[in-house]
Design a binder for this molecule. Structure first.
Ligand code: C2E
Ligand code: MG
Ligand code: MG
Length: 560
């Protein structure tokens, strides 16, 4: 920063004194007469004369564009009377750095750093000013865009590539917008697009169809070819709302519907969607309440050795007792619990219930039966939760009894589960199982990089396995790979004798789980029948498999 520049001028604007700093600022070389004419110099002369004529003070910001950079000076002009002469004393401070900082703050307050797009505050302001116009209002559209599976892309390829993708998407979206349209990035992978004005819904539909296609084309980033689709929800003014909040919310609701219907397309808001959203909110509220009131319980399903019929372990499957006392299976609430960030608490509740019932568990299934707990992929990749969960498992005093079931999504490369989190559990003797294998994101070859103790083949491969050569082939491949990697294989969802017979005859798979052996059961239902453990195991073992029919007598019943 330069020192303060000081000048003294007379009533004709002539410079009587110019210090070095002021000379540099005004582009003066030597005396005034020798200096080249410059805009700054002219401006100073006229300002000087004017201020001395009126006898007034002034403070002004002066901007000088030098070769290197923009310089900004704050100049104070003050008339003084020295030796009977009216003179103007001016001093200038270089405030360029401060100005640059202010500019940067301004930009970061209103613009997204990554894409350079205006942020949510700016688009909200723009929409609000459209709504406040005096003249008869024209129509406009608000489109809410969300990149599908962006989290997967980020996890799989890493954050720098995720960022690059966002920039590319922003570029494609902004390609042929009009002056009066506006594109904004409102958070992570969400964009809001204002189309203004619009003539008709068809016109918007046409434009959005075109945009979707443009977004679907592959992205070439950093040597990778990336495919990404986008879901779009649209609301129209005035039909779908007369305030920014309502229009944005309704576009969001329409987008949510697209996500649920399979993603990658667009939908206009309609009032049916609003009813759906309200219903969803009700479920959300009741889930929050259920967690607060700890209205959860566990059903346990056995994992069985298909040769000896011994119970090798059990899996805890969470159940919710809703406001009306009806028992709900996790399909209705797990994803929502994950989405709402309630799942961690739920997992701790499951563990607490197991600890509370451990005597009964030992009595029923034997003291060596392993106890499996499901952990959602999102939790599995959250080191904070997993550390706390490891401590809780350790605190039971028998961590080596536990097995954690996670889906293969948790193992995708470039997240921390495999390197950072797994070792903590290994040290405690807790085992790891890959749940629902074959349905997720990873491929067979990815299995080679995964270190787990058990792999559970998803029910979709097991159902009617004896009739499906393709599934049989997949099963054989998984089987031999797991054998090579030293993982135990479990077949999930055995329901019929034919499925079991196929596994026994045609594979080396040793363990299975399914309604054929036992439905998930509530422990309290077992209490009255005393020697359950021995009876359950003896009854399974004593009958030859051909006669072994599923007994649902002790299976869980959904009741009011
Ligand atoms: P999962 O871990 O793959 O559990 C197996 C699911 O298949 C259970 O459904 C079980 O009741 C069902 N099942 C078992 N055998 C058969 C069969 O022979 N036929 C058929 N049709 N189904 C069978 P459930 O209890 O509804 O649980 C669904 C999923 O919810 C679980 O799938 C698991 O991913 C998740 N889940 C359950 N409890 C928890 C939990 O405490 N935390 C988390 N994060 N997820 C959980
Ligand atoms: Mg499971
Ligand atoms: Mg499963």
């Amino acid at each position: 920063m330069l020192p303060t520049g000081v000048t003294v001028q007379d009533e004709q604007g002539r410079f009587l004194l110019v210090n070095d700093a002021a000379a540099a600022q005004l582009g003066m070389a030597g005396s005034e007469a020798e200096s080249p004419a410059s805009k700054e110099l002219d401006h100073r002369r006229t300002t000087g004369m004017e201020l001395l004529r009126t006898g007034s003070h002034a403070v002004a910001e002066e901007c000088v564009n030098s070769d290197q950079a923009r310089q900004v000076f704050l100049t104070t002009h003050r008339p003084v009377r020295i030796a009977d002469r009216n003179l103007l004393l001016s001093s200038s401070a270089d405030i360029s750095e401060q100005k640059a900082l202010e500019d940067q703050l301004f930009r970061s307050a209103y613009y997204d750093e990554l894409t350079g797009l205006p942020n949510r505050g700016v688009i909200e302001h723009r929409v609000n000013s459209l709504l406040k116009r005096d003249e008869p209002h024209g129509s406009f559209a608000l489109a809410f865009l969300d990149i599908d599976n962006f989290k997967h892309i980020n996890d799989y390829y890493g954050h720098p590539l995720g960022d690059a993708l966002l920039i590319e998407v922003a570029k494609r979206l902004g390609m042929d917008l009009r002056e009066t349209d506006m594109l904004s990035r409102i958070s992570g992978d969400e964009f809001l697009l204002l189309l203004n004005p619009i003539q008709s819904e068809q016109e918007v539909a046409e434009y959005i169809r075109f945009t979707l296609e443009r977004l679907r084309a592959p992205y070439f980033i950093d040597g990778s070819e990336i495919f990404a689709s986008t879901s779009i929800g649209i609301s129209l003014y005035p039909e779908h709302g007369r305030s920014y909040d309502l229009l944005r919310q309704n576009a969001d609701i329409a987008m949510y519907r697209v996500k649920n219907d399979g993603k990658g397309s667009a939908a206009f808001f309609d009032s049916g969607m609003e009813r759906e959203a309200l219903a969803r909110m009700k479920v959300e509220q009741s889930l929050r309440l259920a967690i607060l009131e700890k209205r959860f319980c566990c059903a346990f399903q056995t994992k069985v050795d298909i040769r000896t019929q011994d119970i090798k372990g059990i899996e805890a499957l969470v159940r919710l007792r809703d406001d009306e006392g009806v028992i709900q299976a996790p399909g209705t609430f797990i994803n929502l619990a994950v989405e709402l960030g309630l799942i961690d608490e739920l997992t701790h509740l499951v563990l607490a219930e197991i600890v509370k019932s451990i005597d009964l568990i030992n009595e029923t299934f034997g003291p060596d039966a392993s106890i499996s707990i499901n952990v959602a992929a999102k939790q599995a990749c959250n080191p904070e939760f997993m550390r706390a969960f490891a401590l809780a498992l350790e605190a039971t005093g028998y961590p080596e009894r536990f097995m954690i079931e996670v889906t293969e999504d948790a193992f995708v490369t470039k997240n921390h589960f495999q390197d950072e989190i797994l070792p903590i559990f290994r040290k405690l003797g807790v085992r790891i199982s890959i749940d629902d294998f074959g349905t997720g994101y990873s491929s067979l070859s990815a299995l080679a990089d995964i270190t787990a103790d058990e792999i559970k083949i998803d029910r979709s491969f097991i159902t009617d396995i004896h009739k499906r050569p393709r599934s049989q082939g997949i099963l054989r491949a998984i089987e031999s790979l797991s054998e090579a990697l030293g993982m135990t294989v479990i077949a999930e969802g055995i329901e019929t004798f034919e499925e079991l017979a196929y596994l026994q005859a045609a594979t080396k798979i040793r363990y299975a789980q399914g309604y054929y052996f036992s439905r998930p059961i509530f422990l309290e239902e077992l209490r009255p029948s005393i020697p359950v453990a021995s009876e359950a195991r003896a009854s399974l073992a004593s009958r030859p498999p051909q006669e072994n029919r599923p007994t649902h007598a002790r299976g869980e019943r959904y009741r009011r």
